[in-house]
Design a protein around this ligand. Structure first.
Ligand code: ATP
Length: 242
C-alpha cells in the first residue's frame, strides 16, 4: 500500500546547535494506522512531528505526503503552500497553540471550516455536530478557558477532524490529564483512526503508546526501535530497528 507519509533522510540542524535534532530519519506511515513516537526528553520527537507536518522545514531530506492533489514533498514547499497543506489536509491536537481561549468551543471548531471559505452559519452547524459527536453537547457556547483540560482536548479533536483531514498529529495530547480523562481522549483519537484517519502521536506515556498499532522510539534524533503492537493488524507493522 502506498504510504500516506514517507520521510527519507530527514534531518534538522537548528542553527548554532552542536548536533542535529533529527539525523537522517526514514519513516513510512501507512494510511489508516496509529503511530506513537516516544523517546527521552530532547530526543527529537516534536522536531520530527513538526517536520512531518510542515510546521518546520527540515535542513535535509524529503517528506512525501499523498493527499487530495497527489503526492507532494512537504519539505520542499514554500511557507504559504505548507500553511495551506496544514489548513486543508492535516489536523492538529496540541496541548496549546491552536485553540483560542477567548472563543467558544463552537467558534474554535467552526473557524477551521471558515478558514477554508465555508460561510459561518454552515461552519457553526457542522461544528455543533462534531461537538455533540465528541460528547460536548451543552458546552458549545462555553469559552475555551472555561472548559476542563479534557474538554478542551475534545474541542481540539473536533477541530482536527472537521476539515476532513486524513492525517492527525497529536503532541502529548494527554500530557496534562488524569488517567481516566487521558483514556477517554485517546479513545476519541483512536475512533478517528477506526473511521479511516491516520494518527501520529508524540507521547511520554507507555499506556498511550501501547494502544497504538506501532511505536517508534527516538534517541539523539534517530529511530532506535520500530515495533508493531502485538494486537495490531498487518498494516503499519514496524520496520527493522536501526
Ligand atoms: N528552536 C530550537 N532551536 C534550537 N534547538 C532546538 C530548538 N527546538 C528544539 N531544539 C533542540 O533539539 C533537540 C530535540 O528537541 P525536541 O523538542 O524535538 O525533543 P523532544 O523529544 O520533543 O523533547 P521533549 O520530550 O522534552 O518535548 C533538543 O536538543 C532541543 O534542545
Amino acid at each position: 500500500m502506498t504510504p500516506l507519509l514517507s520521510a527519507r533522510g530527514l534531518s534538522m540542524h537548528y542553527p548554532g546547535s552542536p548536533r542535529p535534532a533529527l539525523d537522517a530519519v526514514d519513516l513510512d506511515i501507512a494510511p489508516g494506522t496509529s503511530l506513537a513516537v516516544m523517546g527521552a526528553s530532547g530526543s527529537g520527537k516534536t522536531t520530527l512531528l513538526h517536520c512531518l507536518a510542515g510546521i518546520l522545514r527540515p535542513t535535509a531530506g524529503t517528506v512525501a505526503f499523498t493527499g487530495a492533489a497527489g503526492t507532494v514533498d512537504v519539505a520542499a514547499l514554500d511557507d504559504d503552500a505548507r500553511a495551506r497543506l496544514r489548513r486543508d489536509e492535516l489536523g492538529f491536537v496540541f496541548q496549546q497553540g491552536l485553540l483560542l481561549n477567548e472563543l467558544t468551543a463552537l467558534e474554535n471548531v467552526a473557524v477551521a471550516r471558515m478558514l477554508a471559505g465555508v460561510p459561518r452559519p454552515q461552519a457553526e452547524a457542522e461544528a455543533a455536530q462534531w461537538l455533540i459527536h465528541l460528547g460536548l453537547a451543552g458546552l458549545e457556547h462555553r469559552r475555551l478557558g472555561e472548559l476542563s483540560g479534557g474538554q478542551a482536548q475534545r474541542v481540539a479533536i473536533a477541530r482536527a477532524q472537521i476539515t476532513g483531514a486524513r492525517l492527525i498529529f497529536a503532541d502529548e495530547p494527554t500530557g496534562a490529564l488524569d488517567s481516566a480523562t487521558s483514556d477517554e481522549v485517546l479513545d476519541l483519537l483512536l475512533a478517528a483512526v477506526a473511521a479511516g484517519r491516520t494518527l501520529v502521536v508524540v507521547t511520554h506515556e507507555a499506556d498511550v503508546a501501547r494502544r497504538c498499532e506501532r511505536t517508534v522510539v527516538l534517541r539523539d534524533g534517530r529511530i532506535v526501535s520500530d515495533t508493531a503492537a502485538a494486537s495490531a493488524s498487518a498494516s503499519g507493522t514496524g520496520q527493522a530497528a536501526r
